[in-house]
Design a protein around this ligand. Structure first.
Ligand code: NDP
Length: 245
């Protein structure tokens, strides 16, 4: 790409809305090739067309992060097509909040499947390639829930504590050519809160989510982290609305 001599091959999971979509748009505008993964391929296809119309490079890939083979297939496909993968943004996540005593056990399972196992599948799929090609970058989109628990967030926070720990472990265990960054958003405009089924949690979230910042605020943080020189690893960036307490 002539516009950016440090153009990277970037895979973003959960790119069909919210933070993943904003990240895809921003990174493509910066000249990176963005491979977009999610289940809603109609959304991905529309986004690819928009990015291409704006002169960017993008591809759409059907991906359920809870299915290990799906994640490996998409990562391998990207590597076959481009010869390498420079950055994997593990962003796909869900947040069906509820109090433990509501016993929405299927939603607990689902959060663990997507937010924890989905991240692990991403790391397992990409790490051998990063090692073989001599470097790369894993970015995890966690949450301020990685640092705090509030009523209704026990399981969600647990998954984000786990995401934080897994990314920190990856950083410590990896050769310095492999960078690991945790991006830690506060309240961001997206579809995330639309899937809360518990009425109590939904009401509480409406108050909590009064102050939101656009998803591009998180995309800028991701862009900053991956744009650093190879010997600089931004370990974590916490980005909240200025009014969030
Ligand atoms: P959205 O609901 O807008 O986006 C979530 C994305 O994840 C969608 O693209 C969805 O795509 C994808 N996704 C969900 N399940 C799967 C799956 N099984 N396989 C593949 N993709 C999946 O929410 P956000 O943009 O807000 O969420 C992105 C990340 O940011 C999440 O990890 C979330 O926890 C985190 N976060 C968000 C905050 C906020 O306030 N918005 C605050 C802190 C953290 P599809 O349904 O098409 O598969």
């Amino acid at each position: 790409n002539t516009r950016n001599s440090t153009a990277k091959i970037v895979l973003v999971t959960g790119a069909s809305s919210g933070i993943g979509e904003a990240t895809a748009v921003r990174l493509a505008a910066e000249g990176h090739h963005v491979a977009l993964g999610a289940r809603r391929t109609d959304r991905l296809q529309a986004l690819v067309e928009k990015i291409r119309a704006d002169g960017g490079r993008a591809s759409a890939h059907r991906l359920d992060v809870t299915v290990r083979d799906d994640v490996h297939a998409v990562v391998d496909h990207v590597v076959e097509e481009h010869g390498r993968i420079d950055v994997m943004v593990n962003n796909a996540g869900i947040m069906p909040l509820s109090r433990l005593d509501a016993l929405l056990v299927d939603e607990w399972d689902r959060m663990i499947e997507v937010n924890v196992k989905g991240l692990l599948h991403g790391i397992a799929a990409v790490l051998p390639h990063l090692q073989r090609q001599g470097g790369g970058h894993v970015v995890t989109v966690a949450s301020v829930g990685a640092h705090e628990v509030v009523p209704t967030s026990a399981v969600y926070s647990a998954t984000k504590f786990a995401a934080w720990a897994i990314t920190e472990g990856l950083r410590l265990e990896s050769d310095p050519s492999i960078r690991a960054t945790t991006i830690t958003p506060g309240v961001v405009e997206s579809e995330l809160a639309q899937h809360i089924s518990d009425p109590l949690a939904r009401d509480a979230m409406q108050t909590y989510r009064r102050n939101v910042i656009p998803a591009d605020a998180i995309a800028r943080a991701i862009s900053f982290a991956i744009g650093q020189p190879a010997d600089v690893d931004v370990n974590e960036i916490i980005v909240r609305p200025a009014a969030q307490r």
